[in-house]
Structure formats: structure tokens, C-alpha cells
Design a protein around this ligand. Sequence first.
Ligand SMILES: *[C@@H]1O[C@H](CO)[C@@H](O)[C@H](O)[C@H]1NC(C)=O
Ligand SMILES: *[C@@H]1O[C@H](CO)[C@@H](O)[C@H](O)[C@H]1NC(C)=O
Ligand SMILES: *[C@@H]1O[C@H](CO)[C@@H](O)[C@H](O)[C@H]1NC(C)=O
Ligand SMILES: *[C@@H]1O[C@H](CO)[C@@H](O)[C@H](O)[C@H]1NC(C)=O
Ligand SMILES: *[C@@H]1O[C@H](CO)[C@@H](O)[C@H](O)[C@H]1NC(C)=O
Ligand SMILES: *[C@@H]1O[C@H](CO)[C@@H](O)[C@H](O)[C@H]1NC(C)=O
Length: 462
Amino acid sequence: MPRFLRTLVLILSCVWLTPITEQYTSSQTQVLQQLRKQLEFPKQLSPWNNTENICYLPSTPLLTVICEGNSVTELKIVGDKLVKPDTFNGYSIWGKTLSPAFSSDSFFTTLSRLPSLKVVILVSLGIWGPLPDKIHRLSQLEVLDLSSNFFYGTIPPKISSMTMLQTLTLDGNFFNETVPDWFDLLSNLTNLSLQHNRLKGPLPLSIGRVHSLIEISLSYNSISGELPNLSGLVSLEVLDIGDNELDSELPHMPKRLVTMLLGKNKLSGEIPGQFGELSQLQHLDLSYNLLQGTPPTSVFALPNISYVNLASNKLAGSLPVSLTCSSQLGFVDISANMLVGRLPSCLSSNSNNKVVKLDGNCLTVDSLHQHEASYCQTHSKKKFSKLKSLVFLVAVIGGVTIIVLLLLFFLRYCRRKQEGTVSEQGLLPKPALDNSASGLSSELLTNASKYCIFVNISSQID
Ligand SMILES: *[C@@H]1O[C@H](CO)[C@@H](O)[C@H](O)[C@H]1NC(C)=O
Ligand SMILES: *[C@@H]1O[C@H](CO)[C@@H](O)[C@H](O)[C@H]1NC(C)=O
Ligand SMILES: *[C@@H]1O[C@H](CO)[C@@H](O)[C@H](O)[C@H]1NC(C)=O
Ligand SMILES: *[C@@H]1O[C@H](CO)[C@@H](O)[C@H](O)[C@H]1NC(C)=O
Ligand SMILES: *[C@@H]1O[C@H](CO)[C@@H](O)[C@H](O)[C@H]1NC(C)=O
Ligand SMILES: *[C@@H]1O[C@H](CO)[C@@H](O)[C@H](O)[C@H]1NC(C)=O
């Protein structure tokens, strides 16, 4: 009897459960079809035609749907709306964005009906509008990549409640508010990438407390102010904040850093000697800043360093001739600085496929592309700025004296003219009719006569 009962229960459950499961799967498929409609049928999704269960389609680099059990856990669609317009004012652009009928808000309402999603990658699909707060309903999300779309406004603060999030990538959009200061609430965040947006304001100090971070990429924005102390980010390997408006001095850097890209900012002060202790560092770009002093020599000798770009700063002094270079070093650019002296021997040989750029300094090599020694002194010595202001003062006094003398001469000329023929004042001769040998000086005098009228009139009014 019990065995029979068990069999009965089993049969019943099969009969009851199967349709429910199928129904559930098909409802997930319906949501996907709804998303496809809202994305205005991109051709990347044509494999979804005539398919009962989208979960079983093969994955491609442009389209991936992965399901666990009966629910979609991963959705990746890479579209072909790649070309970005120079200007975007928040409205649909024909052929570049989705149509004016598209609603970012409804799209994310539909997406949130796939609550098991762990990975959402929706790239180059022309999605436009603000990123709605309701994105946080996808509470299982570990990877969110919405790169190369037309999102603008603020990065929604509700994202801070998505504590499973490991990767947040919003590159190539039009986010135009400040860098959020709540990333420290995302304790599993490893990769943060917000490159090529219009973010402004300072970099919040809280970013230095996201200890899980491996990569911070914020290049090509308008982030200003201070670069905070990130030494506490013990796992950080990539720091890319190039092409912004940072204007502080350089802080100490985390020890595991492999790539440091801080070019094209307004960073000032000296390059910290601590950079010479970053034993994992391979790629260092500090070009196009306002850095001063002599670069720490140990940077060139780091065991893994292969790329050093210090071009277009105000670096001065000389590098020791006996400088040690890492065997990995393949590219060094120290051009457009104020370095003097001889070139270190390990930088002078362009052997081992090493590229060394050094134009625009005052080095004692290749004088064709170097400045005179005075160029590098004038800019670096404070003594000269005193001399410069003295020269400036003399020039100003000289200039004022000449102007006063000219004015006196002019007034005297006018008085003489006033005392002379009066009729000339009414009938000014045209320079074109003038046959005199010195045409230019007569033209000058004619013009001077014009001004004399004003001088005379004003003296008469007085
Ligand atoms: C898929 O369906 C859409 C409309 O439903 C159609 O325009 C498209 O040509 C179809 N693609 C394929 C490959 O069948
Ligand atoms: C952000 O961009 C949108 C769309 O272009 C614009 O309406 C809004 O004023 C901008 N906000 C800021 C703070 O610049
Ligand atoms: C998130 O981090 C917590 C502790 O910081 C950890 O227990 C948890 O497993 C992590 N979650 C994921 C998905 O990595
Ligand atoms: C996170 O950053 C690291 C370091 O740059 C990189 O190797 C890794 O591929 C990134 N992971 C993701 C998911 O982007
Ligand atoms: C930077 O932060 C680290 C660790 O968070 C700390 O030990 C160090 O003293 C700080 N340095 C400065 C200059 O504030
Ligand atoms: C960095 O250099 C050390 C010592 O030379 C070496 O053991 C390590 O493998 C290198 N790391 C990388 C990422 O190349």
C-alpha cells in the first residue's frame, strides 16, 4: 500500500508539475520576446524567430542567453549602433538611437521580470534615456554592462543596494552628473568602468574604501579636484583616470598596481619616490601634466616595467648616466620636459627594440631636437622670475614714457596747426589726390589733422 501511494504521488506530481514548469519557461521566453520588441527587433536577435525555448540556442560573442533551471540568468546582446554623435541633448536621434517611442523606463520594467539575472550585457543597442532606479530590482546581478548606449543624467543611487554586483561597466554613455559616492556599499565590486562619459565634480574619497576593487577606469570624463589616497586598495591592479581635470599632487599608490594611466590631467608636484616601489608596475603614463622635479630613477628599474611615458611635463634636473633600466623596458617617452645633462646609457641605445623619445629637452645629445641650455634654466630657476618681473617693469615704464612723449608732440603739432590756416580744418585733402613724394607721412598728417579737430573742439568747449 505505501509503495502504491508513493507511486501515485510521483505520477500526480509529474502530471501537475510539468505544465507549470513549461508555463514558467514560456513566460520567460515571452519576456525575452517583449524585450526584443522594445529594442525594435535588432537583427542580432533574429535567431529568436520561431524558437520555443530561447535558452537552448547556441551562444555567440554577440548574443548569449543562459538559463539555470527554468529561469534566465544571463543575457548578452551586442548591437551594431556603434557610431556616436558629437552632441546629444537627451532625445532620440534617427538611425543612431532607438525611436522616440522607446521608453527606458518600460524597458527596465520588462527586464526586471527576469529576476534571476546575474549577468546583463546590453551594448551598442541605441538605448536612450535616463537609467531608471528600478534597475535595483535585479538584486541577483553580478555583472552589469550597458556600454555604448545613450544613457544620461545620474547613475542611480539605488544601484548601491545591489550588493552582489562585481562588475559595473557604463562606458561610452552620456552620464553627466557627479561620480557617485556610494561605491563603498558594494562590498563585492571588483571592476568599475565609467570611461567616456561626461562625469564631473570630484572623485569621492569613499572610492578609497572599496577594498575589493581590482580595476578603476574613469578616463575621458571631466573629473576635477584631488586624486584621493588609494593606498588602501590592496587588490587594485588597474587605475585609469587619464584625460580628466585632476589638479592635485600625486598620492602614494597601492602596491599591487600593474597599470597606472593618469595622463592629460593637471597633476602637479613631484613624482613620489614610492612609485619606485611598485614592484608589479608594467605601464606608467603621467604625460601631459604639470609635474616638476626629477623623476625617481628606481621607476625605470622596476622588475616588470615595460612602458614609461612622462612626456610634456615640467620635469627638470638630470638622470644619472649610470641609470639602471629594467630588461622589460620597451618604451620610454621623456620628451618636452626640461631635463638637462647627458642621457643615461641604458636609454641611449635604441637596441633591443626599445623606443626612446627625448625631443624638446636640454640634453647633451641630438642637439637638433634639443633646446638651448638656457631654456631649461629659465623655466626652473626662481631667480629668473625676479629678473623677469624687473624686465617687465622696465618695459612698462619705457612704454608709458614713449606714449607721453608722443602725446606731447601731438598736442604741440595741433596747437601750431590751430594757429595756422583755419580753412584746412573744413576741407581735408584726400590722400589719393596727394602727389607729394612721401605719401605715407602725408596720410599720417591728414589723419592727425582729423584728430586735431576734436582736440580743437574740446579745447573750445573748455
Ligand atoms: C525574424 O522576424 C522578423 C519579424 O518578426 C523578420 O523581420 C525577420 O526577417 C525574421 N528573421 C529571420 C532570420 O527569419
Ligand atoms: C544632462 O544631460 C541632459 C540631456 O542632455 C540635460 O537635459 C541635463 O540638463 C544635463 N544635466 C547636467 C547636470 O548637465
Ligand atoms: C560578496 O562578499 C561577501 C563578503 O564580502 C561574500 O560572503 C559573498 O560570497 C560575496 N558574494 C559574491 C557573489 O561574491
Ligand atoms: C576586471 O579587471 C581585471 C583587471 O583589469 C581584468 O583582468 C578582468 O578581465 C576584469 N573583469 C571583467 C569582468 O571585466
Ligand atoms: C593613505 O592610506 C593608507 C591606507 O589607507 C594610510 O596607511 C596612509 O597613511 C595614507 N596616506 C596618506 C598620505 O594619507
Ligand atoms: C614581475 O616580476 C617578477 C620578478 O621579476 C616576476 O616573478 C613576476 O612574474 C612578474 N609579474 C608579471 C605580471 O610579469
